[in-house]
Design a protein around this ligand. Structure first.
Ligand code: ZN
Length: 300
């Protein structure tokens, strides 16, 4: 078991692409995207071509799922000038739908949050019904009553395939950081690079309703952890548990954000030794905050 708190930290250098093995034109790779407040970077870890692929599905997740939340809470952005002061909200008034502009800090910024089914590899493929539970997380903000409206309407698009690839990428990156590229036999590369394979085999969650993480240091918005499992069908495997925005909660009942599990590959002869000795790559630099960007957390 290993846990790493998310300060703004650069580790490495890796010296080759962690997705395709290329060793030229390498870029630094954020484990969790910068736009979601991710603080850990693997230095010289992704080629430009693979970075193009991962940025595409990360962009879908960043916009469709977390877009309003990012604007409302002023997540880091490289396009600060483009951040709107007002955000649109659809309301029902006298039987008609209307769009109104709401100041950023008063916008409920609804966020769809998914509780995923357990990965098939961990539950032995049991259970035919594998529903995904979606809930809306609402921020404190204007109410329909205050707007003189009958209701607020919200439509969410949740691209599950992009979300699976996003979780696969986070988990693969974190496993590489902790174990090294040869510290496990990686299985998720076809899913990450091409969307190939049965994502539900490796990527899932659980239906537990966890309380919000109560760590006092609120800069640690995400938590990830490497764990080893023994499975019925695939032997000894290596997984990463991911909890995004672990301090946040889902209104109205204060459910904490869910945990996800991604099985990144088979355990090999090096895995256990690497896991016992902490992150494989050395820290190059560390800051409390990135310069010029602020992450504001929901105040509860
Ligand atoms: Zn590559």
């Amino acid at each position: 078991m290993s846990r790493l708190d998310f300060k703004y930290t650069k580790l490495g250098p890796v010296g080759l692409c962690i997705y395709c093995g290329a060793n030229d034109e390498l870029t630094d790779e954020h484990i969790i995207p910068y736009a979601l407040g991710g603080g850990i970077q693997l230095v010289a870890a992704s080629c430009r071509e693979c970075a193009g692929v991962t940025h595409k599905f990360e962009g879908v997740v960043g916009r469709q799922i977390f877009g309003p939340m990012r604007t409302r809470h002023e997540f880091p952005t490289r396009h600060k000038k483009d951040r709107p002061e007002h955000m649109p909200l659809t309301v029902l008034r006298g039987g008609q739908l209307e769009e109104v502009a709401i100041a950023r800090h008063e916008h409920p910024a609804f966020t769809p949050v998914a509780w995923l089914q357990p990965c098939k590899i961990l539950d032995g493929y049991e259970g035919d019904q594998r529903p995904i539970r979606l809930r809306l997380m609402a921020n404190e903000g204007v109410t329909a009553e205050q707007l003189g409206a009958d209701a607020i309407q919200f439509e969410a698009t949740f691209n599950l395939s992009a979300f699976h690839r996003f979780l696969a990428k986070l988990a693969h990156c974190f496993a590489v950081l902790y174990l090294g590229i040869d510290g496990f036999d990686a299985w998720l590369l076809p899913l990450i690079l091409k969307g190939e394979g049965d994502a539900e085999l490796w990527i899932g969650g659980d239906y537990r309703e966890l309380p919000p993480d109560s760590r006092p240091d609120r800069s640690n918005a995400h938590s990830m952890q490497v764990s080893l499992y023994r499975t019925k069908t695939h032997g000894h495997v290596c997984g990463v548990t991911i909890r995004l925005f672990c301090n946040w909660f889902v209104d109205p009942a204060p459910f904490g954000m869910p945990e996800y599990h991604a099985i990144v590959g088979a355990v090999n002869a090096r895995t256990e030794g690497r896991l016992a000795s902490g992150p494989f790559f050395p820290i190059i630099s560390q800051n409390e905050r990135p310069t010029g960007a602020a992450v504001r957390q929901k105040a509860d």
